[in-house]
Design a protein around this ligand. Structure first.
Ligand code: ADP
Length: 361
């Protein structure tokens, strides 16, 4: 296996992580500092803690404007505290001035870092969305030839049957049963083509705004396999599907869950393509209120040293141009948006990813 690489090195995750670390450090420092400076009493902590929490909360709930406002409120309140101290007969006035002055500076530093953190997170999301788009378009491009082939076969058969039907009709009133059979075959071919087109269409667009609808698991698995079928056949990968039950349904954004399965199948195909034994097994099972879809391949698992990193954005071991390192991280985001989980199983002799999603009640 080639050594791990970063497909599209981005400084954004590192900046976001660093800012978060510094903010946490400052929050701890301000609390501890106030305790030491402000007469070593719990009252000192009680004075600074609410402001610190206010800023952290504004970051979590609000946004950048709310954070600036929180820093301003903290400054005004600290100023009032200082004014009260100046009015009173305090022999250690300098301590109060230093303490509150430092607090104000730290509040603003925290707010500034918080805002920087929020902006870097937003940039990260934009980068991820753009990379996902590129990955989707790239895989669509790669599949275009296969899709053409997939559609060509039923279309050819459809044309052949239509000609046959035409001949039957031209020959006068023939065997109605033979005609009925031909029409039935035509309908099935048209249905197959509709399924292929629907699967491709659902992949080609952004589905975050789609409503959740109840979809049969059989249909989702079938659609994903329909798209991957041509490539799997060319690579000589044997596919087995177990546990499908037509009654099993999940509330979901179909395009996203199809994309997850397709990613797992595509990764599995990549992993086994050079192996002497090439198979992929898809097992569907119902566990209480959830449906589990496991995708196992004939590969011998993922080395321990990279297991923890495979779902991180930008992580890929594929040669440049073939992997973006986004398939699994985006898949996980899709599954988590459905209140489900995507995990890499550790106890299996082969590589096995499991998607768990809430079942229709
Ligand atoms: P990409 O496919 O673009 O590399 P992914 O996020 O889908 O991005 O996968 C990240 C990495 O996880 C892959 O480069 C590969 O090293 C590893 N991986 C994913 N699925 C498998 C699998 N079935 N077998 C072996 N390695 C895998």
């Amino acid at each position: 296996m080639p050594s791990p690489s970063l497909a599209a090195p981005s400084p954004v995750p590192a900046i976001a992580a660093r800012n978060r670390l510094v903010i946490t450090g400052l929050a701890v420092a301000i609390t501890a500092g106030t305790f030491v400076f402000d007469l070593m009493t719990p009252i000192g902590v009680a004075a600074a803690l609410p402001y610190t929490l206010l800023i952290l909360l504004s970051l979590r709930l609000g946004g950048t404007a709310a954070t600036w406002l929180a820093a301003a409120v903290a400054t005004v309140l600290t100023g009032i505290g200082l004014w009260i101290k100046v009015q009173g007969p305090d022999p250690e006035l300098w301590k109060g001035v230093v303490n509150r002055g430092t607090c104000v500076l730290v509040f603003w530093a925290m707010a500034a870092l918080g805002v920087a953190y929020k902006r870097s997170r937003e940039r990260l999301l934009v980068e991820q969305a753009a990379a996902l788009r590129t990955e989707q378009l790239a895989s669509l491009g790669e599949m275009a030839a296969g899709i053409g082939h997939e559609l060509g076969t039923p279309l050819g058969a459809l044309q052949g049957r239509l000609e046959l039907l035409e001949q039957m009709l031209a020959a006068g009133p023939g065997d109605p049963e033979a005609m009925r059979r031909t029409v039935h075959i035509l309908a099935r071919l048209a249905d197959r083509m509709t399924r292929i087109i629907r699967a491709v269409r659902s992949l080609a667009r952004d589905a975050w705004e789609d409503p959740f609808v109840d979809v049969s698991v059989e249909e989702i698995v079938g659609d994903a396999l329909e798209i991957a079928e041509d490539r799997l056949r060319r690579l000589g990968v044997d596919v087995r599907v177990e546990g499908l039950d037509e009654k099993l349904r999940i509330p979901c954004r179909e395009a996203q869950i199809s994309q997850v399965l397709l990613n797992l199948i595509a990764n599995a195909a990549d992993a086994v393509q050079e192996l002497p034994e090439r198979w992929i097994r898809i097992e569907v099972s119902r566990r209480r209120d959830t449906v589990a879809i496991a995708v196992t391949d004939s590969g011998e698992g993922i080395p321990d040293e990279i297991r923890a990193r495979v779902m991180q954005p930008f992580f890929t071991t594929k040669p440049a141009g073939q992997g973006t390192g986004f398939g699994l991280s985006i898949s996980r985001a899709f599954v988590e948006a459905h209140a489900g989980t995507l995990s890499l199983e550790s106890g299996s002799a082969h590589t096995r990813f499991v998607v768990t999603l809430p079942a229709k009640r």
